[in-house]
Ligand binder design. Structure first.
Ligand code: PLP
Ligand code: ZN
Length: 415
């Protein structure tokens, strides 16, 4: 494995991985209450000695030279990528963006990009000899953790604060996780998971709190680079809640840049729902603070976040790369589910469709140009939230079984 240190993204403190497990030991979690926490750690690798990518492996293991794991074989056996990169001609024409590409993570083992993070974190738990992993989450992160843990025989204890789409809750249970509903808010469940981590010695997967979630998610950037012929796109649009996918994409392209494999970073854009927009709002501030969006609400449950765990890193990445925030309404998200489905044949959950809604906004505002390569991350499968998909369509009434009735119906549909 390539040696690495953990460097604080706020105070710059540098730590041996044995001396810092989660947030920065010096400044972690400090700052104004209700704001994005300080002290998210960043994995800084030495120059890799192994090949990158390593052609000996077909899946995520081929990135092992830049994964923070002692061995590629620590990764769970469920293959995490590469996922398809689509060039959706009909959708591209509709949007007037011939260079549009869709990075389609809907087919990952549990149907969302979160598999990338959970697989690396479960690998880390195995390396450290921990047998129980916990997280506070209502959704895809917990689902992915449950599956990855099941595949290697580790125990997953998931603290669920409130309701999430029924498919996600069912997935966690089917994967055999211990699912513990907690009375109170997400913040209460999160605080309890940290306490359990301290007292019971469990390993904690909570997003950005565990720095390896970011290096797990970054493999989506590596795949994009490879699938675009070893170059970076001009822009990447990322559906954003906690900001960890965004930080991961940024980290991935920074790693590639450090190796001289790309000559510049793509512009990064965060697509957020108007009712959960802490990161896009913070882009307009000069002081780098990221106040939470109290009482966040949107149909896109996976990006419904009041206090974004990686908010500070995300805002810096948007600024540094010359990108920015794209705020979209719930109606625009629902419309984007339909557009993606009927022009590209992809069924996205609302959070994933938010990225496409974001692209439409970016086009209207002249932030992206037709000649550019614009990558949109389709982060989660629509089957996880069929009720939301149902709002994008009209359920047809049955007809009497006669040719005449069929002719009338089809004619009405065509008009
Ligand atoms: C978690 C998630 C996101 C947002 O990721 P963050 O790291 O919280 O910003 C987007 N889409 C889907 C489907 C997700 O599960
Ligand atoms: Zn620090």
């Amino acid at each position: 494995m390539t040696p690495y240190r953990l460097v604080c993204t706020d105070c710059g403190g540098s730590f041996d991985p044995a001396a810092a497990e989660y947030l920065c030991p010096d400044c972690g979690g400090s700052g104004p209450p209700g704001h994005a926490p300080r002290g998210v750690l960043r994995v800084e690798f030495d120059r890799p000695s192994a090949p990158f990518p390593d052609p000996a492996f077909p899946d995520a293991r081929r990135w092992h030279a830049l994964l923070p794991l002692a061995s590629p074989d620590l990764l769970p056996p469920l293959p995490v990528g590469p996922t398809p990169l689509h060039h959706p001609a009909r959708l591209a024409r509709e949007l007037g963006l011939p260079g549009l590409v869709l990075k389609d993570d809907t087919g990952l083992p549990t149907g969302s990009l979160k598999d990338r993070a959970s697989s690396v974190v479960v690998g880390k738990a195995r390396e450290l000899g921990r047998d129980t992993i916990t997280t506070a989450s209502t959704g895809n992160a917990a689902v992915a953790l449950a599956a990855m843990a099941a595949s290697v025989g580790l125990r997953a204890v998931i603290l669920v604060p409130q309701t999430s789409p029924i498919a996600k809750r069912t997935q966690m249970l089917v994967f055999g996780a211990t699912v513990v509903p907690v009375e109170g808010t997400y913040d209460d469940a999160y605080a309890l998971s940290l306490e359990a981590t301290r007292v019971f010695g469990w390993y904690n997967r909570s997003t950005a709190y565990n720095p390896y979630t970011i290096d797990g998610k970054k493999t989506v950037a590596f795949e994009l680079w490879e699938q675009l012929g070893r170059r970076a796109p001009d822009a990447v649009v990322v559906p954003t809640g906690d900001g960890v996918i965004l930080a991961g994409v940024h980290k991935g392209f920074c790693d590639l840049h450090a190796l001289g494999l790309v000559d510049r970073l793509p512009r990064l854009y965060a697509a957020q729902a108007a009712g959960s927009a802490a990161i896009t709002r913070a882009c307009e501030r000069a002081d780098g603070e990221v106040p939470g969006h109290a009482g966040a609400r949107t149909i896109a449950d996976s990006i419904c976040v009041s206090v974004p765990a990686a908010g500070r890193w995300a805002v810096r990445a948007l600024r540094e790369t010359g990108g920015g925030g794209l705020t979209v309404t719930d109606d625009e998200i629902t419309e984007a589910i339909g557009l993606l489905g009927r022009t590209a044949g992809i069924f996205a959950e609302p959070a994933a469709a938010a990225a496409l809604a974001g692209v439409r906004r970016a086009t209207r505002e002249g932030l992206v140009r037709p000649g550019e390569t614009i990558a949109v991350l389709v982060t989660g499968n629509g089957l996880k939230d069929v009720a939301a998909g149902g709002r994008a369509v009209t359920m047809p009434e049955p007809i009497v079984p006669t040719l005449e009735a069929l002719r009338r119906r089809v004619a009405a549909e065509a008009s």
